[in-house]
Design a protein around this ligand. Sequence first.
Ligand code: PLP
Length: 477
Amino acid sequence: MSPSAVTEPGSRDPPDSKSPAITKDGQKRTIYHLDRHLHKDFPVVVSGKGNHLFTKDGRTIFDTTSGAAVSCLGHGNERVINAVHKQMTTGIPYLASSYWGSEIVDDLCKELINGTDGKMAKVYLTGSGSEAMEASAKLARQYFYENDKQTPRVNFIAREGSYHGNTIGALGISGHVARRAPYLPFLMPNVHHIPACNAYRQRKEGETDESFVARKALELEEKFLELGPETVIAFIAEPVVGAALGCVPYVPGYLRVMRDVCHKYGALLILDEVMCGMGRTGTLHAWQGEGVAPDLQTIGKGLGGGYQPIAAVLISEKVVNRLSDGSGQFVHGQTYQGMPVQAAAALEVQTILREENLMQNVATQGAYLEKRLKSLLADHPHVGDIRGKGLFWGLEFVRDKKTKEPFDPKLGVAQRVSDLALSPLYNMTLYPGGGTVDGVSGDHVILAPSYIVTKDDIDYIAKVTSDVVHQVFQEIG
Ligand code: PLP
């Protein structure tokens, strides 16, 4: 249906007094889409190509965020579109993955396992990151249940200032205060949060990487001991915290010490790479930066690059063997998972990544983005921290640089930065967040451009970001 089909003046729209009568693109319409109804004037996008989105009112927007770190190959990639089309023409975009085999699904799984340095053994495909997180939690619990139906392992340890998805289980694992608040009474129980690994906010004067991560390991160990080590199923963490804190990377050595604590007590390590994985940080998997493989890993966003909804759990041999030697089943499954058309898109995205050596571009342009952002904004009185990895960078805003005091969340600083960037003055996306994530951190914006960006693109992104930040704080005063 063309957009105008629902926007004709005088059409039989049911009364909806709270929707805007005239939207930014000049149309009279009743908005039926809840997100647009509640958040009002999103620009209406009609097409995309490369790093650009084109709106109905004739604007060209530079997509610095790849949506939410999703469109890693940019928009309108012909190879991926053709791969999806080819799969559609077989007549089987969909197959029930628990009944039927599919070569393209098998090919994708092989491609994914080949990318793990032999550290992971099998793939469990899902339709979203939240589903992958919940499947990983169930797999982890089953790992213990297979051996002992009365297993005392009932607890998960996760982190403050984390985001693992919006479903009841995934949000239960998350430590994002504001997103959890309305739903607290029925979030997944038995999840216990420890502090994140946030060098900017937590590192003490003179503390080395080694002593900092040793302190982090102690926090985890203390939580194990408090709960009873024999009750813990797994520790769950994002190697680079995305939406919640704004690209806060692990401190060197962190993944190793945290894994060692888990394994000391017989528990599993689950790494959530839904946002930071599939090349975003300059290695295919963020954990490859440390060479510390988890027992279970989730991936999403950059897996299908936005061309199809697809995510997955990567499962280590240790966990696979426990299931194979035990019940021989994983009692799970959802309708839209492991679809051939999802696999066709993801396989093509991953093949392009590998064939065009885009990891190298992520590393090169990422290093340049860091340099440009720091040279333009490091001295700004309200930019407290510029941190990230690869093409995944966050700016944290603070009222006072010395004390790191955040702005009052009511000011909506990050949203203002994002809104001004997207306004017709700048026409660029910046992904806002923070404020009420953990009661400590400030507002932030995320930059997560596509892996096909050039040096000129980076110059543009850094300049616009800097101009926008300067203008917003001039206005705030
Ligand atoms: N995990 C992380 C780290 C995420 O950033 C997200 C989404 O932003 C999720 C899980 C949930 O993924 P989805 O939105 O596909 O359910």
